[in-house]
Design a protein around this ligand. Sequence first.
Ligand code: KDG
Ligand code: MG
Length: 412
Amino acid sequence: MLIASADVIVTSPGRNFVTLKLTTSDGVVGWGDATLNGRELSVASYLRDHLAPLLLGRDAHRIEDTWQYLYRGGYWRRGPVTMAAIAAVDTALWDIKAKVAGLPLYQLLGGASRERCLVYGHASGKDLPELFDSVRAHLAEGFRAVRIQTGVPGLDSVYGVASSEAAAVGDGTRYDYEPARRSPRPTEESWDTRAYLRHVPSVFEAVRNEFGPEVALLHDAHHRLTPVQAARLGRSLEPYDLFWLEDVTPAENQEALRLVRQHTTTPLAIGEVFNTVWDYQTLIREQLIDYVRSPVTHAGGITGVRRILDYAGMYQVKSGMHGPTDVSPIGLSAAVHLGLAVHNFGIQEYMVHSERTGEVFGTTLDFSGGGLRPSEEPGLGVHVDEELAARYEYEPAYLPTNRLLDGTLHDW
Ligand code: KDG
Ligand code: MG
């Protein structure tokens, strides 16, 4: 069974997505997600101009060999563009293999290790009353784990905090800090680490007092702290029993996490911008983190993330795959199949896609009991409406940037 065609679809139903469609000589179709937020067209070109010609005529069943061919054969290894492109090919090939086998993908990965994958939603508010409303709304929808982000006194806007109007809406449009804003230049936010560090512990104290000990609480520091600031934050949050504290430092300096780890027992998650197992080598081997964040979409597909998780599992490090709205419903479905199968599953991020996105990318995922489960449909269980997709043209969109109050560019 040979790969007969490789088509790249760029569509923008509410936000931009890059999708790969592989079709075999027998007419079996496989789907893969290659969306890289704010840099979408680079991956579309990588796929169209560089990988598609290599895929035609290859045996669709040789997933590992194709992965190695694209990874090693390209010479320029790793990096988000390369690994998102490889991810889309890999995911589409797994979709095809599972369809040919007549099985849902998770069965080919070893079968279910649990009934469903625990997910966390994004609760946020500019102040405590709005945050409480958002947490209540998530609990009412069935979430058992929520990420907590709030405004910081003195700062106009903070990543991860929805505006008051958006927070009141019930579907994917509630996250107006995502998608990447549709503007020809990135917007600029401002940042004050001291104000943030003073404020955050009081927010978690209030949330725990209001919602009790059961609900799992998470927080994303979005790479903005130095190691010693991160250590202080982790320690100050210990009384509130976080499920995890995410991206405390810009973790391309893996050694930085040693200092954080020495000072706090708050569990740490890192890696939504990492794309290979090599990015985690020190972090996992030295047990400096508790959860790895790389999603199927950005880290070489099912094959790439499975490699990371097998390594992580040796050190009791679990999965916590990135699942923002910029990972398409195809990428989310792939993550849930993988999460259902692996032993060291931790939690899955779940930002609900907008209705418009859902009309183009239909999934068969079931959300209940605070978790997601794939359907029994062969393959990934995704359905793409290509005609509808063609109606939504790509729109340039950028994630924001961030500056300290004195104007210095800072990690966003
Ligand atoms: O594309 C980048 C966003 O998806 C990212 O900033 C969201 O930090 C994020 C998260 O944890 O979902
Ligand atoms: Mg994050």
